[in-house]
Design a protein. Structure first.
Length: 222
């Protein structure tokens, strides 16, 4: 599948089988994470074959099962737009994982931190994690808000903006809250996060989706 198909087909998955991520899939993930770290300045880490984080009471509350692999999204506390960067680059990895046949789920709080499984330096912050593996299903589609509620799109908007907004409303957000707003400003777009848990992470995810849908690069942002 191409990246636009991945946006359409990707849904949150909470139940996984016990197959390890190995071979070509593992190599591709590690190479992509290295590339994202170099580009963003983040400290993204792939943790494999580690079941403890998702065996806690919190994880059971979140209805997770079989999670043995996850991606740690972290970076320096002083890094500008840290949360947004984690969302943007995390979703880049998520969509590539979807194309590889892997399934994912963004996880904000319903997991237990296992210090020996990854490295968080003194000046760094663990922002969020992403469960990843071979799903027992493909997840379920969630209802999205109308495009006009999250953007300035209208009948006269150019096709690239309409297509970007269509992709943006398919972006996963915490508790499906979709608290963001995209405003076209001449040939640029301003993107604002609302108030809510992980809203800035969500904005990064939304911006990545918009870029894919619109065909525009990162320079589109006002």
């Amino acid at each position: 599948m191409d990246i636009r198909e991945a946006i359409q087909q990707r849904h949150s998955v909470r139940a996984y089988d016990d197959r390890p991520i190995t071979g070509e899939e593992l190599e591709k993930l590690e190479a992509l994470i290295k590339e994202c770290n170099e580009e963003s300045g983040l400290h993204i880490q792939l943790v494999t074959d580690e079941p403890k984080a998702f065996q806690s009471r919190l994880a059971r509350y979140g209805h997770f099962s079989g999670v043995r692999n996850y991606i740690v999204m972290a970076g320096r506390r002083r890094l500008e737009k840290l949360d947004e960067l984690c969302g943007y680059y995390g979703e880049k990895i998520v969509l590539e994982a979807q194309r590889m046949g892997l399934r994912t789920c963004w996880v904000g709080a319903t997991y237990k931190k296992i210090p020996e499984a990854f490295e968080i330096l003194d000046d760094e912050k663990l922002v969020i994690v992403i469960a990843i593996g071979y799903g027992l299903d493909d997840g379920k589609e969630h209802k999205s808000k109308k495009a006009g509620l999250v953007s300035s799109v209208n009948a006269d908007s150019p096709a690239w903006f309409k297509n970007g907004v269509r992709a943006a409303i398919l972006a996963p957000t915490a508790m499906n809250q979709q608290k963001f707003y995209l405003q076209k400003e001449w040939d640029k777009v301003s993107a604002k996060a609302g108030f809510g848990p992980y809203a800035k992470v969500d904005l990064g995810i939304v911006k990545y989706h918009f870029e894919i849908g619109s065909g525009k690069g990162h320079e589109i942002w006002a």
